[in-house]
Design a protein. Structure first.
Length: 528
């Protein structure tokens, strides 16, 4: 296999079930590459700073034709949290009272200064030795670092803080539930020599943030982690900790280019080399020329919903950015990187009303949705400024709706009795003058609508998270919203779903470029 000149290392990413995961030819299709400190971990051995995301390259299966890559996320060390901060996901052998739940110590919203009440985990009185502390991350991750703040209360009683410990990993739910100190089940101990230290330092005697880090050398991803705390720093009543966060590496790239066709099992290659010049011709962040080249000309706008504040940025070169309304909560755990939370009481983004004449042309809307609650007529997307097209709650269902020039609503039901608290992919593709609308839920197509006539226009703004002039606000998380001015096929939506689920690729092991060595044979003054 040919090698991209000048690059030192690569991994192969294989599409091995094209028939099941896509099923028909797609062109200029954006695939999503997920890297973690488990999957593709070799990349983070080579690249150890966040800025080094430009020291990568992606190629087609030939190994040399470069693809464009848009970096949505590249973080060498980022905190991983339980899916919910509750006793379901964080447990301890004992706790003092409900003022000191174990999950208070994993909750990043809790204060690190002032009183320790409601901000720390404490063992029951007398529990000064042999306490378990278990964390369920929801999915398997490779922990590379432990961030902690030991216990203090306004800078006092610091000797309560935990001291010596052992560190364990497991992928067995029964291990997580068992809190007897001596019961190790199938837990795997991460060897002491693979930790930079096996004790937690006592907190400074001041009411201040006092962060500490322990480096972990471990290549195995675990869903469940356990600390077995041996003792504290000398207090005779309790042991405890104010904050524990497990940290891992994570990166997300969206990859494609014009003319690239996926029509069978195939591969792409990811090259990486810390000594290579920045590859900003083919790799870019959101809102760069290289990043925008990932998205074909039919994408009107793409919102990763990974913004930190102040609105949402369109990843295409159409610059149809959304302005903030209400008080949406940014940087929430999404389906693909970060997402945005809408509280159902007036959070939204206003999108420019110049997508094109959608009233008389094909189009597709796509979104990943996790509802906190669903109420009839709540709007995830309302493109009323374009074409009376909506993604909304209809009763207890999720539907894509449009209002035709025949003065009737035309709906496709994407999911009946839509589940809350779960991520799902919803899409609808409209064939104007042809087959009408096809609806998609995850990798299925549950409903169609035959209406293919013109769609009535409106004079109000396009919203994500609600509807202009109405109190139809969405309550939940939205991620990866995409609008196109063409028909996206069932193969396209199935591939998009499987790509977002991180089930499209299998990730190979590291390969290194061969080193060519010139040898001049010189023997007794004669050159051979």
């Amino acid at each position: 296999m040919a090698w991209l000149a000048g690059w030192d290392k690569r991994i192969e990413l294989k599409i091995e079930d094209y028939a099941g995961d896509i099923g028909a030819s797609v062109t200029w299709f954006p695939v999503t590459v997920f890297l973690t400190s488990g999957q593709g971990k070799e990349v983070f051995v080579e690249l150890t700073t966040d800025a080094e995301y430009l020291k990568v390259a992606f190629t087609k299966a030939d190994g040399t034709t470069e693809l464009y890559g848009e970096k949505e996320l590249f973080t060498y060390s980022t905190s991983e949290y339980p899916p919910v901060q509750s006793d379901t996901y964080v447990k301890s052998t004992t706790k003092d009272t409900t003022n000191f739940w174990a999950y208070y110590a994993t909750d990043p919203t809790k204060s690190l200064v002032g009183s320790y009440v409601y901000n720390s985990w404490l063992s029951a009185s007398g529990g000064i030795t042999n306490q378990r502390f278990h964390i369920d991350l929801g999915t398997a991750k490779v922990a590379i670092k432990i961030y902690y703040e030991n216990v203090h209360s306004s800078g006092t009683i610091t000797n309560i803080g935990v001291n010596n410990f052992t560190f364990w990993g497991s992928n067995t739910a029964g291990d997580f539930a068992e809190l007897t100190y001596a019961e190790n089940g199938t837990w795997v101990q991460i060897a002491p020599e693979n930790l930079s230290q096996t004790y937690f330092d006592e907190h400074s005697e001041a009411d201040e943030v006092d962060p500490k880090y322990i480096t972990v050398t471990n290549a195995t991803p675990y869903r469940y982690y356990a600390f077995k705390f041996v003792d504290n720093h000398g207090n005779g009543y309790h042991m405890g900790v104010r904050r524990i966060e497990l940290q891992a590496s994570e990166a997300i790239f969206h990859v494609s280019r014009d003319g690239w066709v996926i029509n069978a099992n195939t591969s792409i290659f990811m090259y990486y080399d810390k000594d290579h010049a920045d590859n900003d011709t083919y790799i870019g962040a959101i809102n760069t020329a290289a990043g925008a080249a990932v998205w074909d000309g039919n994408f009107v706008s793409v919102f990763h919903m990974a913004d930190a504040s102040g609105g949402i940025i369109d990843s295409t070169d159409n610059s149809k950015d959304g302005s903030e309304g209400g008080n949406p909560t940014y940087v929430q755990t999404g389906k693909i990187g970060n997402c945005i939370l809408f509280d159902g009481t007036g959070d939204y983004f206003d999108i420019p009303n110049d997508f094109g004449i959608w009233t008389t042309q094909d189009h597709t809307i796509e979104a990943w949705v996790k509802g906190t609650s669903f109420a009839d007529n709540d709007m995830m997307i309302s493109l009323l400024g374009e074409s009376n097209v909506k993604l909304q709650v209809a009763g207890s269902d999720i539907a894509a709706t449009k209002y035709g020039t025949d003065s009737n609503f035309h709906n496709v039901t994407l999911k009946t009795s839509a589940p809350t608290g779960e991520w799902h992919y919803y899409a609808a593709s409209y064939d104007h003058g042809g087959a009408g609308t096809v609806g998609y839920y995850d990798d299925t197509s549950p409903d169609t609508d035959a209406y293919s006539g013109d769609i009535a226009s409106s004079a109000v703004d396009n919203y994500i998270g609600g509807q202009s002039g109405q109190t139809r606000w969405f309550d939940g998380n939205l991620d990866e919203i995409r609008f196109s001015d063409n028909i996206r096929s069932s193969a396209w939506t199935k591939g998009t779903y499987n790509s977002g689920m991180d089930s499209l690729f299998t990730y190979g092991s590291e390969e290194e470029a061969e080193v060519e060595v010139e040898v001049n044979a010189i023997m007794f003054g004669a050159n051979f």
